[in-house]
Design a protein around this ligand. Sequence first.
Ligand code: CO
Length: 136
Amino acid sequence: MNLSHIEHIGIAVKNLDEAIKFWENQLGLKCYSIEEVKDQKVRTAFFKIGQSKIELLESTDPEGPIGKFIEKKGEGIHHMAFATDGLQASLDELAGKGVQLIDKAPRKGAEGLNIAFLHPKATSGVLLELCEDPNK
Ligand code: CO
C-alpha cells in the first residue's frame, strides 16, 4: 500500500455558505470549487492548503450520511482522506488483512476522484477515506 499524503479533511457543516465565509474571510483561504455529490447527498466546498484540501460538507438530505452525522454529533470533522496510487489494490490488501471496509470497490467522489471508505470500527473511530486520481 502506498499512501502519499493527506488528500483532504472532510468537515460536516450545517450551512455551507456561512462556513465558506469563515474559511475565506477569517482564515484567508480561497474556495476554488463548489460541487454537489448526489451519490452522497452532499454539497461540498473545497479549499487548498499546501498539497492537502479542506472539504466542507453540507447535507442535501436529512437521511444522507452527513445529515445523520450532524444530527448525532453536531458539526465537526467527519473524515480524513489519504491519497493512494492504487486504490483497488489497497482495498484488496486491507480486506486480505481482515480490515473492515465500507466500500470493497472504488466509487466516484467529488473532483472526479475514485474513493472508498474504511469502516470506523477498524480505525479507532476515525472514518478514513482512500482516494485516487484516475487522471494521474
Ligand atoms: Co472526502
